[in-house]
Design a protein. Structure first.
Length: 143
């Protein structure tokens, strides 16, 4: 079989590549973006909120390290896809519920990074959530 061809024993590469990129973004990219004055070191945030932010960043980074290790060590992407779906889906649920608890995607100075009127983090995490779901549906259909 040629490179990139699926066999009965091996799953295609695209799920592992996409999930690996998602895990890197969540596990390393988000902490890089949030360990600064707008989040972790934001003096306007209560200390307890900052503690929860750091806890979330560490937990998500550890989960994504597990996903990366699993993706490199085995052919089955279902478990990493499920974990990434839970993390990205949790973010999307928090955004959807923000009116109920007073949350916002705007920084304390009122700024927001948006593209075509939609917050960039919502676009990226929504895409990751949908991709993870697609991987799980694809894996189920292959059984």
């Amino acid at each position: 079989m040629g490179a990139g061809t699926e066999s009965a024993r091996h799953s295609p590469r695209w799920p592992r590549i996409g999930l690996g990129l998602a895990a890197l973004l969540i596990g390393a990219g988000i902490p890089i973006l949030e360990v600064n004055a707008t989040h972790v070191f934001n003096p306007a945030w209560p200390a307890h909120a900052r503690l929860h932010e750091v806890w979330q960043l560490i937990t998500h980074s550890l989960l994504m390290a597990y996903c990366l290790r699993s993706l490199s060590a085995q052919d089955d992407a279902r478990r990493p896809a499920a974990i990434i779906l839970m993390v990205s889906g949790g973010f999307c649920a928090a955004v959807a519920l923000q009116e109920t608890y007073g949350g916002s995607m705007r920084h304390t100075d009122g700024t927001e990074l948006a593209w075509l009127g939609v917050n960039v983090a919502v676009l990226v995490m929504g895409a990751i959530m949908l991709f993870s779901l697609l991987v799980l549906i694809h894996a189920r259909a292959r059984r």
